[in-house]
Design a protein around this ligand. Structure first.
Ligand SMILES: [Zn+2]
Length: 251
């Protein structure tokens, strides 16, 4: 496979990730929380930064852009609703990193213009702060209905899609998810895997879409048993989602 990734932690609990096309030598940073760790990851792999693909405008995803852009003269791609003076992309646009091609999926809710980058052939998706492993981003600039629709779009990707998200929140997310679906076997299996990874000081991502669909309560708001257990049998899925999100906010 021509696509390689390099994952690293930065700031407090942000994930940084590089995507490299070995065919052309192109390398993209998905978001740029801070320049130093991106530079270190580039040096470690001996890769040259050609692109930065931005998911949303929050500072912990964009703080390193100016420094990296000045040093590498790389291209910066950002969501149309949140970018000024740099290439802006919309739903369905193609973004190229060397020979690799991403489709832009608009995933508003956390921010109004948040986007995700799906590389269909490589079965990779970079979701920023929309979807986390066993969790999802806070609904800050959008509505719960909007966020639910964004998650449904991501959920439609193939089950073997590898998901790269913006933060290492998985263990806390699992603690909360068990309050929603304590008997979910897929959730228990993911918990065991995450405990193993944490003990080995390994990142818990990428996760896989099929497993998230089975274990992540935020992707399961349209499962009748979940709605029923929350006292919301028959309610629209976005309302069930809103209730789960509200409980997580207070958890
Ligand atoms: Zn954010």
């Amino acid at each position: 496979m021509a696509a390689q990734t390099q994952l690293f932690l930065c700031l407090k609990d942000n994930f940084g990730v590089l995507l490299h096309d070995s065919e052309s030598g192109a390398t993209a940073a998905i978001d740029a929380p801070e320049a130093g760790p991106v530079e270190a990851a580039l040096r470690q792999q001996d890769w040259r930064l050609t692109d930065i693909l931005v998911t949303h405008h929050h500072h912990d995803h964009t703080g390193g852009i100016a420094e990296l852009k000045a040093r590498h003269r790389c291209r910066v791609v950002a969501p149309a609703a949140e970018a000024k003076g740099i290439p802006q992309v919309h739903e369905g646009d193609s973004v190229h990193v060397g020979a690799l091609t991403a489709r832009v999926i608009e995933t508003p809710g956390h921010t109004a213009g948040h986007i995700s980058y799906a590389f269909a052939r490589e079965k990779l998706v970079f979701v920023g702060d929309t979807l986390f492993s066993i969790g999802c981003g806070r609904v800050i600039e959008g509505t719960p209905e909007m966020m639910w629709e964004s998650l449904v779009k991501l959920r439609a990707l193939p089950d073997d899609t590898q998901i790269y998200c913006g933060h290492e929140y998985t263990q806390a997310n699992i603690r909360f998810a068990k309050t929603i679906e304590p008997a979910n076997a897929a959730l228990t299996a993911r918990e065991q895997e995450v405990l193993r990874l944490a003990a080995a000081r390994q990142p818990t991502i990428p996760s896989r879409m099929g497993e998230e669909k089975a274990a992540n309560p935020f992707l399961r708001a349209d499962v009748p048993e979940v709605a029923k257990s929350l006292g919301l049998a028959g309610a629209p899925a976005w309302q069930v989602f809103a209730e789960i999100r509200e409980r997580k906010n207070k958890f």
